[in-house]
Design a protein. Structure first.
Length: 137
């Protein structure tokens, strides 16, 4: 576990969101490859379905109760940032929540807390698998 993080010791929430976007996307890709998907077109299609603002917002709603105080603070600051772009394919609220989850993943990447990244993504993976099973049934 890391020591409490003072916001000024971290990059800006927009920088954390930028980094978190990549960290989140990498975990999605690892999950898909581990699932045995080998076709590049299918990998890309499935990966894109996980990284939309709408989907990331739904993931955030699932993991929000699990966040630590530091993670909640980063999420809240990113979600409430006035420097967000205007979303093209998402509601403003979904876009803000997606930015928040990316900032949390970015923060955990900066502080090198792989165990926590894995734990949060495990919850997201469970949710994704449940949704896939629901679609099949």
């Amino acid at each position: 576990m890391h020591e409490p993080i003072v916001g000024s010791k971290l990059p800006s929430v927009m920088a954390l969101s930028f980094l978190g976007d990549a960290a989140f996307g990498l975990r999605v890709r690892l999950m898909l490859v581990k699932d045995g998907i080998e076709n590049a077109g299918e990998l890309n299609k499935r990966a894109l379905s996980y990284v939309t603002a709408e989907k990331q917002a739904s993931f955030m709603r699932r993991i929000e109760p699990l966040l630590t105080e530091d993670e909640r603070d980063v999420y809240r600051r990113a979600r409430n940032s006035t420097h967000l772009n205007k979303p093209k394919h998402a509601s403003p609220m979904d876009y803000r929540e997606a930015t928040g989850i990316e900032a949390v993943f970015g923060m955990l990447t900066v502080i090198k807390d792989e165990e926590r990244l894995d734990a949060l993504f495990c919850e997201i993976e469970k949710m994704a698998k449940e949704e896939e099973n629901d679609k099949k049934n």
